[in-house]
Each structure stands twice: as C-alpha cells, then as structure tokens.
Design a protein around this ligand. Structure first.
Ligand SMILES: NC(=O)c1ccc[n+]([C@@H]2O[C@H](COP(=O)([O-])OP(=O)(O)OC[C@H]3O[C@@H](n4cnc5c(N)ncnc54)[C@H](OP(=O)(O)O)[C@@H]3O)[C@@H](O)[C@H]2O)c1
Length: 324
C-alpha cells in the first residue's frame, strides 16, 4: 500500500477530532469515506478539494459495517459512546464501546483492511483508572488484538474549540470569579493542541513504521488542572481565585460543573471521575518517527479562543454546539 494515496475510512467525522481530521486528510490528497451514524447528517462547513463519500452505518449494528469497509486500505477509529442519548445509554458507555470496537475490528478484518489508527486516552492501568480511561484502554486492546495492524495514540486533554475538556475549562473560568475546587485540581496532565494531534494522526498514516505500535502523545507543558485554569485566566486577562476544599467529592463537583456548563452530563461525569488520574506521557517514542514542532499550552489556548470567537457555525464538528 502506498500510504500517501491510500483510501481512508473516517469514523467520527461529526466529532471534535474527526471533523478536523477530514480537512487534513483531504489536504493530504486522500480519498476519504466518512462513516456517519444512521440518524446523523454530515455537515461540511468549509469547501474540500474532493467531496468525501458518506456511508451510513452504526458501529453497534454489525450488518451495516461491510459496505463501509469495502475497498478501504486504512481506517481511523475516533468513536466513543459517552454522553449517550438516554440515561441507560450513558451508564452503559463502556459496554457499548467494547461492542463498537469488537464489531469494527471484525468487519475490518473480514474486509482485508490493512491498518487502523485509534486515538484513545493516557493513564496507567495499575493506577485505579477511571471507568472512562479504562474503557479507552480496553478499546485499544481490542483493536490491537486482530490480524491487521492498529496504531494506538494515547492523549490527555486536547485543547481546541468545541473539545469537551477545553470547553469545561473555558466555561468554568469565564463564569466563576471564585472557584471552590476539589483536590483533584492539583493532578498533573500533559495537554496537547488539537492541530498537533491531527498532525500525528495524519503522520502515522504516512509513516508505515508506526503500524501496530502504541504511542503516548502530549504537548511541551506538564501542568496541573489548577495551573491550566490559571493560565486560561491569564490569557483572557481575568482575575480568578481558586481554593481547594477537601470534602468536595468528584461526583459533587461533576453535578456542579454540569450546572455551570452546557457540556452534557453524560460526558461531564466520566471526564470528572478521570481527573484524579495523572495523565502524563510515559515515553516520547513518537518523536523519533514524527518530530513535529509542538504547540505550547498558552498558544493552544489563544488559538482555541480565536476559533471560539468565530462562532459555532465555523467549527467543523457537531460539538460546536457546546459554544453558546
Ligand atoms: N476530546 C478530547 O479532549 C480527547 C482527549 C483524548 C482522547 N480523545 C479521543 O479522541 C477520540 C475522538 O474523540 P472526540 O473528542 O472527537 O469525540 P466526539 O466529538 O464526542 O465524537 C465522537 C464521535 O463518535 C461517533 N459515534 C459514537 N458512537 C457511534 C456509533 N455507535 N457508530 C458510529 N459512530 C459513533 C459520534 O457520532 P454522532 O455524531 O452520531 O454522535 C461522533 O462523531 C476518542 O477516542 C477519544 O477518547 C479525545
């Protein structure tokens, strides 16, 4: 397979990452087929070089998958089930994600696909991982258990307009001059700018030596959630007072965050539970294959804010609805 001309199946094209990757793959000259859930519509917000093919399929409906896979060389797996459309769906996100990954791998294997590239989450298994981070790792394990080669990228918070974690930070700092926070705000993380994530995702497709490997990806700054909120406030010229309160449980803070932000409860609860886990790269092997210039956290916040100002209509993903 010539990686630079391969035909690519893109899952999650209505999402935060997939919506941006579509443009990058188009710019890189790929023929892209977008897998869109049966009930959704793909809205293209900026002109593309080539109109992508759109197939309607649902990873939970195995019968819909063979037509999506047919003739494709590689696939991006950018799907998760948090924030379900009902309480039952929301509670069962890990089970749904397990089924999605199993169905996808089987269909890709059957179709003779050569590569999958998956973007999941950082976090160590021995570290009392949250349900969300453990589920992201389980999906990586499933996708890497097949005959074809799956590259798994592991990221912490991704900074970009419309991204769930960034929007949580933005709303909290914008709306609350004084914040009473639980101890987890001192947990350290290694955020990464969304454009760097997109460069790694495209780069992995173009670099065959990355096939089948797992890479931690992170930006140049390792900072606590408290420092992240303080940096955001500084960039915006806001004065904010952040105190830690020992009695605030993750569940209680999730209720509070849910009240203060438009991000759906089905996403807030699993994300907040995961904030107790330190998410820092264990290794930087990806830099040997793809030595891109990484964006500082401050520049990433500035870019995300500039994009936010353009309004939801200009953002590539459905998650732009988080912007009011
Ligand atoms: N955002 C971050 O800060 C971050 C950080 C680290 C890792 N990641 C990883 O990046 C990947 C993409 O995340 P994201 O932030 O782009 O998520 P997102 O914006 O919520 O998008 C999720 C996508 O999955 C699709 N989907 C869900 N269930 C599906 C199903 N059964 N069949 C087909 N499509 C389905 C959704 O389609 P609908 O539009 O139909 O719902 C949507 O396009 C995930 O693996 C996530 O763990 C994200």
């Amino acid at each position: 397979m010539d990686a630079s001309t391969s035909k690519v199946l893109l899952t999650g094209p209505t999402g935060f990452i997939g919506g941006r990757l579509l443009y990058a793959l188009d710019e890189a000259g790929h023929e892209v087929r977008c897998l869109v859930r049966l009930s959704e519509e793909l809205v293209i917000k900026r002109p593309l070089e080539r109109d992508p093919e759109v197939v309607y399929a649902d990873l939970l409906e195995p019968d819909t998958l063979p037509q999506a896979m047919e003739g494709m060389d590689a696939a991006y797996y950018l799907v998760h089930s948090m924030g379900g459309r009902s309480i039952a769906e929301t509670k069962a996100f890990a089970e749904r994600d397990r089924k999605c990954a199993q169905n996808f791998l089987k269909a890709a294997d059957d179709a003779g696909m050569q590569r999958i590239i998956y973007l999941g989450g950082l976090g160590e298994t021995g570290d009392k991982l949250s349900k969300h981070l453990a589920s992201r790792q389980e999906v990586a394990d499933i996708l890497q258990s097949g005959r074809l080669k799956t590259t798994a990228l592991r990221a912490a918070v991704i900074i970009g307009a419309g991204g769930a974690s960034f929007e949580l930070t933005r709303y909290l700092v914008e709306r609350l001059p004084v914040m009473m926070c639980p101890r987890w705000i001192n947990t350290r993380s290694q955020p990464i700018d969304v454009s760097d994530v997109i460069s790694y995702l495209v780069g992995c497709l173009h670099e065959p030596a990355t096939a089948g490997l797992t890479f931690d990806i992170g930006g140049p700054d390792i900072i606590s959630y408290r420092e992240m909120m303080t940096l955001y406030a500084r960039v915006r010229g806001l004065h904010r007072f952040i105190f830690t309160v020992p009695v605030l449980t993750p569940r209680l803070s999730a209720y509070w965050i849910n009240l203060m932000t438009p991000v759906p409860a089905g996403i807030v609860f699993p994300l907040v539970e995961g904030l107790k886990n330190e998410v820092i790269c264990r290794e930087n092997r990806i830099r040997d294959f793809l030595p891109i210039d990484l964006t500082t956290m401050q520049d990433a916040i500035c870019t995300a804010l500039a994009e936010t100002e353009k309004g939801p209509g200009q953002l590539p993903s459905r998650q732009a609805c988080f912007l009011h």
